[in-house]
Design a protein around this ligand. Structure first.
Ligand code: F0G
Length: 457
């Protein structure tokens, strides 16, 4: 059998810069030990996020050139409307400038004070938009998701007992929706099975609750359904995607992930009344309903991206690269969330750095070490991200402290993955020497991880 190779070649290249450890030591100090404060030139391989960092295809760039910049009724809007109808199955949609804007608009209609919003490990902006409205997010993810060694094939699944416990102890008026995140970013890019989507839908309809999918990585989720759920082995990705969304009343989308564009988002829904209500907020916050904060050219590129992400070899290439990095780490005994997820490798920092106390931000400490080692920028998904409890203002210590290495789409080669893997291995080999972390100098009242300033503990 021949080895695996990508089914694309590279037409345009962007130089990236190597640096010395001495330079990086100085730069990270100037950045107050917050990787978000680094300049991109100070980073060699940037795995901070897979959001808006992917490479567009020649067909997407061609679509950019034919974008229609009319304020109202542009052809680009209609191209996108057709793609959303044909691929995702929603009759109505509103463009927004990115995913969190979609949340802001939709939740302005649906969420009020004291509401309860169950889901599978809500993403931080999703939770932020819920808590900002003085409502609360209840995590109903299955317990297996928190055991990084468990090989459960669908660690993004919701636990139906936990979900029903929420439904049966609150009046339906207090539960505006359940949010199912596909794939579940927070628990490691882990998929939700079709069976679970179907069951969540059935249970929610029984209690009269709306089902909303946070769909940023919906295509990656469909790939795992095709690979891991017997019934779908012979289905196409487009068929799987269509069935997935048949179980949702509405969706929010960060197009910066599985739209394979650099900016954009949308809300889609089946109910015209919800469209009308959300339109009011969309016009106030985002823009008129046929552009919603997006340029016409970007809507055009997104329409093409939605088709590409669900066609041909794209997903095989994508998931292969993430697994390539993950499997190297597994081979060397480095603790990661297993099985490897769709968009990122999540390193289990508590198991990796056993000597750093949790009060000193274990995953952040590992992220800084990796930057110093090789100029690789990952991101903390741990105590800094979990933030303080909005009521008690105490630190929330999540079950998992993770260093996320998110792989941008079609951007790096497997040689880059090799550098990341070896850098982590070098740190792993000297992990006993790392016995203290960092403490906070300054932090913001909400979403602190973006701007927090740290110093050596
Ligand atoms: N939902 C999920 C599951 C996400 O991962 C993100 C963003 C959003 C919503 C918000 O979308 O960034 O377009 O406003 N995740 C990025 C990340 C930032 O790095 O995981 P956005």
């Amino acid at each position: 059998e021949l080895p695996f190779a990508e089914s694309y070649k590279i037409k345009m290249v962007e130089p990236i810069y190597k640096s010395t450890r001495e330079q990086r030591k100085e730069w990270i100090k100037q950045a107050n030990y917050n990787l978000f404060n680094l300049r991109s030139e100070q980073v060699f391989i940037d795995l901070l996020t897979d959001s808006g960092t992917g490479a567009m295809s020649q067909n997407q760039w061609a679509a950019i050139m034919t974008g229609d910049e009319s304020y109202a009724g542009s052809s680009s809007y209609y191209h996108l409307k057709d793609a959303i109808k044909n691929i995702l199955g929603f009759d109505y949609f509103l463009p927004t400038h990115q995913g969190r804007a979609a949340e802001n608009v939709l939740f302005s209609v649906l969420v009020k004070e004291d509401d309860v919003v169950p889901g599978n490990s809500h993403f931080d902006t999703t939770k932020g938009h819920i808590e900002y409205r003085k409502a609360s997010a209840v995590d109903c993810t299955i317990d297996e998701a928190f055991d990084t060694e468990s090989l459960h094939p669908f660690k993004g699944n919701l636990d139906l007992n936990k979900l029903e416990a929420v439904y049966s102890t609150h009046p339906a008026e207090q539960i505006p929706m359940v949010i199912v995140t596909l794939t579940c970013n927070t628990s490691g890019g882990q998929p939700v099975s079709m069976q679970n989507l179907r069951d969540v839908h059935t249970l929610s309809k029984k209690y009269g609750i709306k089902v909303v999918f946070d769909s940023a990585r919906f295509a990656e989720n469909a790939w795992f359904i095709q690979q891991r759920e017997d019934e779908y082995r012979n289905s196409t990705i487009k068929e799987i995607v269509a069935e997935m969304f048949s179980y949702a009343d509405a969706m929010t989308m960060s197009s910066k992930k599985d739209g394979i564009v650099n900016i954009g988002g949308f809300i889609a829904m089946k109910d015209e009344e919800l469209l009308k209500q959300a339109s009011v907020f969309n016009i106030m916050f985002e823009g008129f309903n046929t552009y919603g904060g997006m340029a016409g050219r970007d809507m055009n590129a997104l329409a093409v991206g939605l088709d590409e992400v669900t066609t041909g070899y794209y997903l095989e290439n994508r998931i292969q690269q993430v697994a390539y990095l993950g499997n190297k780490l597994i081979e060397w005994g480095i603790p990661v969330q297993k099985p490897i997820g769709g968009h990122a490798v999540f390193v289990d920092a508590k198991k990796f750095l056993g000597h750093v106390p949790k009060e000193e931000y274990i995953a952040q400490t590992l992220a800084i070490e990796l930057y110093l080692e090789a100029g690789v920028r990952g991101v903390e998904v741990g105590t800094l991200l979990a933030d303080r409890d909005p009521k008690t203002r105490e630190n929330r210590y999540p079950k998992l402290e993770m260093l996320r290495l998110a792989i941008p789409r079609r951007t790096y080669t497997n040689n880059h993955m090799d550098v990341v893997a070896v850098a982590l291995k070098n740190i792993f080999d000297r992990r006993e020497e790392i016995d203290h972390g960092y403490r906070i100098k300054k932090e913001a009242p909400i979403m602190r991880h973006f701007s927090v300033e740290l110093e050596h503990a």
